[in-house]
Structures are given as structure tokens and as C-alpha cells.
Design a protein around this ligand. Sequence first.
Ligand code: ZN
Length: 385
Amino acid sequence: MSSRIQLYFTKYKQDGFARTGSLKTWRREISTPTIWFGLSVIERYDFQHTVLSVNNAECFLANAYDLLFQDKNGERRRLIRDLATKMCFKCDSGGFQTTKRETKLTVKHVYSLQRELECDIAVQLDFPLNPQASRESNRTKIDRTLKNLEEVLAINDKLSILPVIHGYDKKMLDYALRKVGDILGHDPPAVGVGSLVPLLMTSKGSGRVGGKRRVIDTLIYIRQKLPETFLHVFGAGGTMAYLITFCGADSFDYVGWVQKAGYGVIQLPGVSDRFISKRKKRKTLSEEEKKKLLECACPACRQYSLSAFQDRSSHARLLRAIHNVYVYQTEIWRIRESIKEGTFREFVFERLKNSVWAPLLRYADTQLVRLGAYPSRYKKIDAYI
Ligand SMILES: [Zn+2]
């Protein structure tokens, strides 16, 4: 079946709600689950190009707002063109960025840039909800997002367009999904879901709309409603990626890697951010974690000792970034493997056993058992949490 959004998803293996698959865009195929590494506005060309290339990263993202207003000398456009020869490129609209700024984007503005850069996935211009706003005001935003989808589909002659839906409850989600279905003439083969990140961060007003558990409920609800649809979750990468994959997400972003490397953060699978050098109020690597790091096979750890990662030099920053991106890209490969083997549930419990997300994982597991995805709650759950 052909689709106006030029995105086609094939599901391969299912394990609970987690699945592997392949998303076909107008340009290439993308294996899922997948992670998109966000480009940074502050770091230079060489740094970002090196880190993503040496790790064979599969996907990266940039956003139209940054490119239109913060890429004065065109350096990032050059970086995008070079990276896109070997990696998939998702171009977000920047709707989230514009909510806090004076400058407003238009659908044409965003699309012409996406068209010029020939991105693999062009994300439609959307308007994220505000948990503190009234229902009416959020409903207006949902309607404006839907109108933008119609507008971009009318001018699109080539690209793969990702529709974005928002909603804090079933009623709002049902409304957005029904309208997207009306616009396309069929259920969407792919959607992005926005407005969830503030709930994960426990930002102001998030409790009002259900908080962190609402993120789990939302994903499970969409997944049940549209079992064959590719589902991207905006902004929810890092350790959270395990949990949302468990709930059926196929794709997520990881935008913090440049900043984190700058702060001195070292990441390990399933472990929250750690620092090498001791300073007040921050978590340093334990002896056991240092041992794990010594076993790391990334291009930086293979060549340099831990002391080279420590200081404020640009070289140390580069090493940290290479290591961190390696961790997340290789974790994606492991996630796919464990889904294929039917061991993803064990994998995610193991990865999150010491994480702040462990109670939320237990909540998600309970919901999945209730829905029949698994026969009973995870057997070793008490040993873990
Ligand atoms: Zn490493």
C-alpha cells in the first residue's frame, strides 16, 4: 500500500511489546529499534564528525530551528551533508525550540530546509503541549499540529514525513490519531510522539497529567492501538531507552552526548552518569565500574588509559564522547539481539536493576502482564527491585 508520508514499516520479531523491524524511507532502510544522536550547536565539525564516524553510528538528528537561526557560517549544514552519506538523518522541525522563543517557524520554512538537506525523515512542524496549560489551550495546539501536517503533505513531492502526535490522556491521543488517520486515509505507518519528556523530568505541572507513569501508559496505549506502526519517541534516549523499548517504542533520540562529554560525564550500560575525577556532590566511578570501563572495546578505551579521559582538555572531551556514543550505539545492537533471542525482558531488568528507573520498570512490567504480553510478573523481580 502506498502512503502519503512515504514511510513503510515492517515488523520482524516481537518479544513482549518490544520488537525489531525495518523502516523504509524514500531514501534508505533503517533497522529498529534505533537511536538518533543529536548534533550540537556548540561543538565543532571535526569533533562531531569523528565521534559519530569512528563508532559507525547509524542515525543522527538535527533540527530545523537551529539550522535556520544558529548556523551562521553553514558549518553544520556541511557536517550534515557529509554524515548523511553514510548515516540516516532525521530533521526535526524545532517546534519545541520555538515555543520558548520569539522567532516562529512556518511549515514552508521548515520543509524547504528539509528538502534542501534531503533528510531521510522530515519531522512535521508540531506544537508541544504544556502540562500546566488548560485542556482547551492544549487542544488548540493539537489542532494546529494537525493543520501543519495537512499543509506539509500538500507541498511534499519527495520526502518521508513523520507525523507527530501529542496527548496526555486516551481521549486526546484518540483524537490526534483519528485525525491523522483521516488526513492520510489510513492508519499511520509511522508516528512520532511528543510532549513526554517534561513528564520524565518531573517538570512543573507534570504530576497534574500523570507524571512518569503516564509516559508508560501512553506508549502502551499507542502500541496496542497501532501494533504495526513505527513509533518514535522524541527526546527520550539514555537509560530511559530500555524502558520505552520495553513498552513498544521503535526509535528515540539521544541529544545530550556532546554536553555530557563536556561536563566530564562517563556513561556505562545501565549505569547513570558518572565522573572520573572526584568533586563534591557528584558520583564518581566505583571500583567495579572502573573495571567495566577497562573492559570497554570502544576506539577510545582501546587506545588510552583512564587518566587520559579525565581533564578539561579537548582531547579528553573527545575521548569521553567517543566512549559514550559507542556505549549507546552498541547497546542498540544488543537490544536488537536480545529481542531476536526472546530474552529482552531479562536484559532490560538486568540493565535497570540499579537505576532510578527500576520502580517504573516494575510498573511497566505489571501493565504488560495485565495485557497478556507475559504470563506472569518477572520472576526475579524481587531480587532486582
Ligand atoms: Zn570505552
